[in-house]
Write a protein that binds this ligand. Structure first.
Ligand SMILES: [Zn+2]
Length: 468
């Protein structure tokens, strides 16, 4: 079976045939760096990570670009709240994003352009749109003239009339009333800014670029006028991707991307998670108690186009399931290959590998591909022969790597929450010993803990501890 991908543009699965043979040019919209990343960001990053890993594993030369939006009203407003410069805020959250991606074992993109580094090519893009009659200047702003582009709405399956009446029904703000747009659906390519605000000089005065323009410009500059895959979250279909298409296709007169792919969202049920919600807000806090593999399994066990209902139970179940894979994979390193692997084992492995690639060829169906990993894990434990166990374990490690699992053996690594529980238990045992006047035991506990750098302090309310 050849690789089939679901194309939002045609609303169906299509055979994947890159524009340029084995070379795949792929772009995914990256984060706007104004706050810490959460599970939704993790899903988006992991989905595109797995897609590009799989394409590489089957022999494509992938150039993967993911941008950083470091100019945006959200950044400017947040920075104002915090009393720091937008640049400082953006750099801080860019750094945090990289830290989170590294911790999640998400491969770095081949190129990671930042909006602030692309101001000159963005201005050039706007200039060309104006020259071609697709954009106009009004009071220091520049708008894209949506009526000048016949295909507007082709990705989100809306027509201009529907969009115009929708825009008219919206409550008009003072800003809207004052705006001099030709058409309510026209969108900003360049927005004027006051002196002292974040901005750059341009032929239309001081200002900053619109968000949609950023991706069109980066794709043109880094990858070219037409690419194979453009990806992003489904919330980006309209208006962001529709506007990217309008900008690029009106100028270059060719398809911006052959395949438009969108991942669904993560739903966190506030009610179910209320007790522990504080712990589940950011990737960083999740990774304090769950491994990167656990989060990856939780995300990949649902097909990327279906929503994930995130609950504490699903997280706990993923943790247990990953442990089984980790135990099986550990045998690859522990066991010696001390005999020939029988043909029936080789056949069973080849059969499972085929199930895996068939699933991935079917629009990256990771939910089914993962079942191939578990079936290899089962075989590791069902087999008694060490050579056969090792062969199954090695196949498991190989396929898991394609999906970006590390299967790192963290069974002896204790997370902070568990460590706290262990210390509560130790202090409880020491308290019991003291109550029974078993001072030899209570002193031994204190002395041994001190050896580990943990000081126990007795107080009227009970003993507490601290680590030096
Ligand atoms: Zn974008």
């Amino acid at each position: 079976m050849s690789l089939q991908v679901f194309n939002t543009l045609s609303n169906k699965k299509e055979e994947f045939v890159p524009i340029d043979g084995k070379n795949v040019r792929m772009y995914a919209c990256g984060p706007t760096v104004y706050d810490s990343s959460h599970l939704g960001h993790a899903r988006m990053a992991i989905v595109w990570d797995v897609i590009q890993r799989y394409l590489r594993s089957v022999g494509y030369n992938v150039t993967f670009v993911r941008n950083i939006t470091d100019v945006d009203d959200k950044i400017i407003n947040r920075a104002k709240e915090l009393g720091i410069s937008p640049d400082q805020l953006a750099r801080q959250y860019t750094f945090e994003y990289w830290r989170d991606m590294y911790a999640l074992n998400v491969m770095a993109p081949d190129f990671e352009p930042k909006a602030t580094e692309f101001i000159a090519p963005m201005i050039q893009f706007v200039r060309e749109l104006i020259d071609a009659g697709h954009a106009y200047e009004a009071n220091g702003d520049v708008y894209f003239d949506v009526a000048s582009f016949n295909d507007y709405g082709k990705l989100s399956k809306q027509n201009l009339e529907q969009l115009q009446s929708g825009a008219r029904e919206q409550v008009r703000t003072q800003e809207d009333l004052a705006s001099i747009k030709k058409n309510p659906v026209d969108f900003a390519l360049w927005k004027s800014a006051d002196e002292g605000e974040l901005g750059w000089p341009s032929p239309w005065g001081y200002g900053r670029p619109g968000w949609h323009l950023e991706c069109s410009t980066m794709i043109r500059t880094v990858l070219g006028e037409s690419i194979d895959i453009h990806g992003g979250g489904e919330d980006l279909v309209f208006p962001h991707h529709e506007n990217e298409i309008a900008q690029s296709e009106s100028l270059f007169k060719k398809n911006m991307a052959k395949y438009w792919m969108h991942n669904s969202f993560v739903q966190v049920s506030a009610e179910k998670m209320s007790k522990s919600l504080g712990n589940f807000k950011t990737i960083k806090s999740l990774l304090e108690n769950y491994s990167a593999d656990t989060l990856r399994l939780l995300i990949l066990q649902t097909h990327y186009r279906n929503p994930i209902d995130f609950t504490a139970d699903s997280l706990a179940a993923a943790k247990t399931a990953v442990l089984r894979l980790v135990r099986a994979a550990a045998l690859d390193a522990e066991l010696e290959q001390n005999g020939d692997v029988p043909a029936k084992v080789r056949d069973a492995i080849a059969e499972t590998e085929k199930q895996f690639s068939d699933a991935m060829d079917n629009d990256f169906n990771t939910a089914v591909a993962i079942s191939a990993l578990f079936s290899l894990g089962d075989k590791v434990f069902q087999t008694k022969d060490a050579s056969e166990q090792k062969a199954y374990a090695a196949a498991l490690v190989r396929l898991a790597k394609v999906l970006g699992f590390t299967l790192a053996d963290t069974r002896k690594k204790i997370e902070p929450e568990t460590a706290k529980g262990v210390m509560d238990l130790v202090l409880e045992l020491r308290k019991n010993a003291r109550e029974n006047k078993d001072y030899a035991t209570s002193d031994l506990i204190r002395k041994e803990l001190a050896q580990l750098g943990i000081n126990v302090m007795d107080a009227p309310g009970g003993a507490t501890w601290e680590k030096a």
